[in-house]
Write a protein that binds this ligand. Structure first.
Ligand SMILES: Nc1ncnc2c1ncn2[C@@H]1O[C@H](COP(=O)(O)OP(=O)(O)OP(=O)(O)O)[C@@H](O)[C@H]1O
Length: 595
């Protein structure tokens, strides 16, 4: 990431003095403003569901009226028909209103969740991202937020149907005949008896294994696709395929076990909730009661009509509503994990740095608790000097320079800028003072000019051109289809070295008094090398410059060389003096045969 401008990285682990952490924003807290709308959705749904019983009851009453001995009571029949039709209309209106509001609410909730995720991602330490896969975060912000859709838009309807409608039906059926009501309940009771079997620890374990196996397949596919060029070039396709095959074979085993365990229970449940079974139970019970218990035959009608209404919503809820809810619950868990990442603490009372002398005192840092990457760094970067960091790979150079723009905060020790601890400087002041150009350059899908002007949006074109010239990229920009207006990634692609020079131009235009630079080896083309040298010369004056140096010229031009090995400074001084001393740096210099 090359940014003189990106959202300020904030940190989670430093015991920051005077920190003003805004604390976590839970998912429940995010949903609170929508509780009244959600209540309205449920109430409308309940009214709609209750009204929906009217047509069924109307049919029952019609049956009774038409089957009754004697002349037909026309007024009663008309009343029943109109009441049934009115109930149907109310049901349609209220469920439509509930569904409409539910879907609007769903849109608002998803937007709020995505905004909060974006806001939180903008405040977590930049270093936090290096440990996350892009795919993982895309899934949280995209699919996981979408997975709350059934929960907001459909669950109220399904839950109301599954509980309110059967309860009201039962209440009515009890008034008709309590014995047949109990018989009608047999399928529901049998289905509920299956539920504990689905929730045993073994079943839940199988479910977790199933999820994990799915995740492994997804990972192996993503890895395979992302690394396909390397795999093809180096002929490792067999190995890469094998990982995918192993994941799918594992999945087949896990799935078999999962299905074997659940299928008997699920089939039993489906059977007892199926309409034929429910009808059979009511018919057998009804027949027995009519023949021996004195139940009037017309009273069987409500049980046949409403009895099915008891089992169908429960079956629908079990068939997919439950799964949707479970999926939504897991998705909300992942969203919560991201929302709970502690942001870098901002000082409650920021102090402005006085000047731009940088001082590191006893700085210790590790990515993992048990492994220190920096083991007590003492270093002063004086204004007006260039300090070059050199050392073997893995020595901690990148880690050290990333502490200056607060990708992370040190676990121990302190870094001061202009006499003030970085953790007491507002991110606004920090990023007006420190800019950085690292190896993993990311350019935005915007015009070349906009990319260069990110930190200084009101810069004039002449200033942009001057920065681009110093960064040795101006001529290349003019060759692009629309010059400085060319949209990167859409109208033109740039090489790694070119992208780095754009990033350099961005940092030059930002013109901050402190610049941290990683002289990339990955894109070591002559123009980029020249650009870095040119930039360092152009930046002379009062600036404080820290550069990870890979090339002879950069090291030779530096005022101070710092040799970092295994997280410690092993030598430090003027380049010529260190060479003359013939110590660690001189040996390293010779072994690397700096170009
Ligand atoms: N994001 C990270 N998470 C965990 N460990 C990391 C991370 N980044 C670096 N490390 C580890 O920290 C140590 C120092 O890495 P660093 O990149 O700072 O070294 P370096 O001197 O810049 O190396 P190079 O010259 O190869 O870039 C290495 O052991 C590396 O594996």
């Amino acid at each position: 990431m090359t940014t003189t401008d990106l959202a300020p990285p904030r940190e989670q682990h430093p015991p920051s003095p005077d920190a003003d952490d805004t604390g976590e924003q839970s998912v429940a807290g995010l949903l609170r403003p929508y509780r009244w709308s959600f209540t309205a959705v449920v109430i409308l749904q309940v009214i709609g569901a209750v009204a929906g019983l009217a047509p069924l009851l109307a049919v029952v009453e019609l049956g009774r009226a038409l089957l009754a001995s004697g002349p037909i009571d026309h007024d009663r029949v008309w009343f029943v028909v109109i009441a049934g039709a009115a109930g149907l209309l109310v049901r349609l209106l209220f469920t439509a209103a509930s569904s409409g509001i539910g879907h609007l609410l769903d849109g608002q909730v998803q937007l709020a969740l995505r905004r909060h995720l974006a806001e939180r991602l903008g405040r977590v330490p930049i270093g936090w991202f290096s440990r996350r896969r892009t795919g993982e975060l895309t899934k949280v912000v995209g699919q996981d937020v979408s997975a709350v859709h059934p929960f907001i838009a459909h669950s109220p309807g399904e839950l109301v149907s599954a509980f309110v409608v059967p309860l009201l039906s039962l209440a009515y059926l009890f008034t008709v005949d309590w014995r047949l009501t109990l018989i009608t309940l047999i399928p529901v009771v049998l289905a509920l008896a299956h539920v504990p079997l689905m929730m045993t620890p073994a079943r839940l374990r199988e479910e977790r294994r199933f999820d994990a196996a799915m995740g492994r397949i997804a990972d192996s596919v993503v890895e395979f696709v992302q690394g396909i060029s390397v795999v093809k070039a180096f002929g490792g396709s067999g190995r890469a395929h094998r990982r995918f095959r192993t994941a799918t074979d594992d999945f087949v085993d896990v799935y078999h076990r999962f299905v074997r365990g659940i299928s008997v229970i699920a089939a039993g449940m489906q059977l007892v909730l199926s309409p034929p079974f429910a009808l059979l139970v009511v018919l057998i019970g009804g027949t027995v009661l009519i023949t021996t218990g004195g139940l009037p035959p017309a009273d069987l009608l409500p049980f046949l009509l409403l009895g099915l209404g008891l089992t169908a919503p429960v079956a629908a809820l079990i068939a997919h509503g439950f799964d949707d809810l479970q999926a939504a619950r897991r998705a909300v868990g992942r969203i919560r994990d991201v929302l709970e990442v502690a942001p870098l603490p901002e000082p409650a009372r920021p102090i402005a740095p006085q000047g731009h002398r940088v001082e590191l005192r006893g700085v210790r840092f590790g990515y993992e608790d048990d492994r220190e990457v920096l083991r007590g760094i003492d270093l002063v970067l004086e204004p007006g000097t260039v300090t070059a960091i050199v050392g073997p790979s893995g020595g901690g150079k990148s880690t050290l320079v990333r502490l200056l723009p607060r990708f992370f905060d040190p676990a121990h020790g302190s870094i001061t800028l202009g006499g003030v601890d970085l953790r007491r400087i507002s991110s606004h002041d920090l990023y007006r003072t420190v800019s950085f150009v690292f190896q993993d350059v990311r350019l935005l899908r915007a015009s070349v000019a906009d990319n260069i002007m990110l930190a200084v949006p009101h810069a004039g074109l002449d200033e942009v051109v001057r920065a681009a010239r110093t960064a040795n990229i101006h001529d290349r920009i003019l060759e692009l289809p629309h010059g400085y207006d060319t949209v990167i990634g859409q109208e033109a692609g740039l090489s790694g070295g070119e992208a780095q020079r754009i990033a350099l131009a961005r940092a030059l235009l930002a013109d901050t008094p402190v610049l941290v630079l990683d002289e990339a080896t990955a894109f070591a083309d002559p123009q980029t090398e020249q650009a870095v040298r040119q930039a360092l010369r152009a930046l002379e004056g009062d600036r404080t410059i820290l550069v990870i140096a890979h090339r002879l010229e950069t090291v030779a031009d530096a005022d101070t060389v710092v040799m970092l090995d295994n997280g410690s400074i092993v030598e430090q001084g003027r380049p010529a003096d260190l060479l003359a001393a013939n110590g660690r740096f001189a040996a390293f210099w010779r072994s690397r045969e700096y170009r």
